[in-house]
Write a protein that binds this ligand. Structure first.
Ligand code: FE2
Ligand code: FE2
Length: 296
C-alpha cells in the first residue's frame, strides 16, 4: 500500500468483529486520557480574545508550575528577547499574547502524552508529531483563515489523541500500528481491519466526551477522510488534514528519508486552491514556531 493517501478504497469490514466504538471502550473501564483542567480553561479563553488578554495572565498565574514553565520557555534563546521577562503579564506584552497562549497550551497538552512502560516511545513520537502538526496547522491557518489559527493549533495538538485511547483499550494496538512506524492511510486501513473503527473517529468522540466545541471534534474525526464538496466543513477540515500531511512529510520515514508530498496532500492543496509554494511558506513559518515550542 502506498504512503498516506485519502480513504478512497473500500474499507474492509470483517463480519466477525464487533466495531470498537468509543462507548464500548468506556464500558471497559480502561484508563482514558484525562484533559488537564488548565487546558480547558485556556481553550475557553480563546472564545473572547479581548477579554482573554486579561484572562490569560490570570489563568496562567493560578498555576505556579505552569507560570514557571511559561517564563522558562519565554526566556529561552528561541524567543530572541534581549532582556529576561519576569512575569506572565510581561511575557504577553513582549513575546505576544498568541505566542504565550500557544506555549501554555502546548505545555498542558504535553501532559497527555506522558506514557509509561511499553508506551513511552510511542507516546513520545506521537507528541513530537502532534506539536509539529499544531505548528503547521497554525501557520496554514494564519495564511488562509487567520481568525481561527489558535483553534487549529489546538486541533493539531489533539488530532491523533484517538491513538492514545486505542493504546489503553487494546493491548494489540502497538502491533497494529507497528509501534508507530505506519501512519496516515496505511494506519487507518490497519485499524479498520482490526477494530472496524479508527483513531480519528475515536479521537473526535473523546473530544465530545470532554465537552470540547463540536467543530474541533469534527475536524479531528475527519482528518483522514477525503475531501467532500458537499460537506459544510470541507475547507475547514482539509486544512487540518493538510497540516497533518505536511508534518508527516517533514518527518523522516522508517528508512530515514524525508517523505515526498503524498497524493492526499496534493489533493488537499487543490481543494484549498493552493500550490506547493504555500507549503514552502507555511513550512518556514511552522519551523520558526517549532523552534520556540521545542523548549516546551
Ligand atoms: Fe491521524
Ligand atoms: Fe497525525
Amino acid at each position: 500500500m502506498g504512503q498516506s493517501s485519502g480513504i478512497k478504497k473500500t474499507i474492509p469490514k470483517p463480519a466477525s468483529v464487533e466495531p470498537l466504538t468509543f462507548a464500548l471502550v468506556k464500558q471497559r473501564n480502561v484508563k482514558l486520557p484525562v484533559c488537564p483542567v488548565m487546558f480547558i480553561k485556556l481553550t475557553e479563553a480563546l472564545e473572547n480574545v479581548d477579554k482573554g488578554r486579561n484572562d490569560l495572565d490570570k489563568i496562567i498565574r493560578t498555576d505556579p508550575v505552569l507560570t514557571a514553565q511559561v517564563l522558562r520557555v519565554c526566556n529561552s534563546a528561541f524567543t530572541g528577547l534581549a532582556r529576561k521577562v519576569h512575569s506572565v503579564e510581561e511575557s504577553i506584552f513582549r513575546v505576544g499574547y498568541r505566542e504565550v497562549w500557544s506555549i501554555a497550551a502546548a505545555l498542558k497538552a504535553r501532559e497527555l502524552f506522558e506514557g509509561s512502560g511499553e508506551h513511552t516511545v510511542l507516546y513520545q513520537n506521537l507528541w513530537e508529531h502532534s506539536i509539529k502538526t499544531a505548528a503547521y496547522a497554525h501557520a496554514l491557518s494564519k495564511r488562509l483563515n487567520p481568525l481561527f489559527s489558535d483553534i487549529y493549533f489546538t486541533a493539531g495538538l489533539l488530532h491523533d489523541i484517538g491513538k492514545l485511547v486505542l493504546c489503553q483499550a487494546e493491548p494489540g494496538y502497538m502491533k497494529v500500528c507497528q509501534s508507530g512506524r505506519i501512519s496516515g492511510y496505511d494506519l487507518v486501513w490497519a485499524e479498520m481491519e482490526a477494530y472496524e473503527n479508527h483513531h480519528a473517529r475515536i479521537g473526535g468522540d473523546l473530544l465530545r466526551d470532554w465537552n470540547f466545541p463540536e467543530l474541533l471534534a469534527e475536524v479531528v474525526a475527519l482528518h483522514h477522510e477525503p475531501p467532500a464538496i458537499h460537506d459544510r466543513l470541507n475547507l475547514t477540515r482539509c486544512m487540518l488534514s493538510l497540516a497533518n500531511e505536511m508534518a508527516h512529510c517533514a518527518e523522516p520515514d522508517s528508512g530515514g528519508k524525508i517523505r515526498l508530498p503524498s497524493d492526499f496532500a496534493k489533493e488537499l492543496l487543490e481543494v484549498l486552491g493552493q500550490s506547493i509554494d504555500t507549503c514552502v511558506l507555511v513550512g518556514g513559518d511552522a519551523q520558526r514556531m517549532l523552534a520556540m515550542l521545542n523548549a516546551v
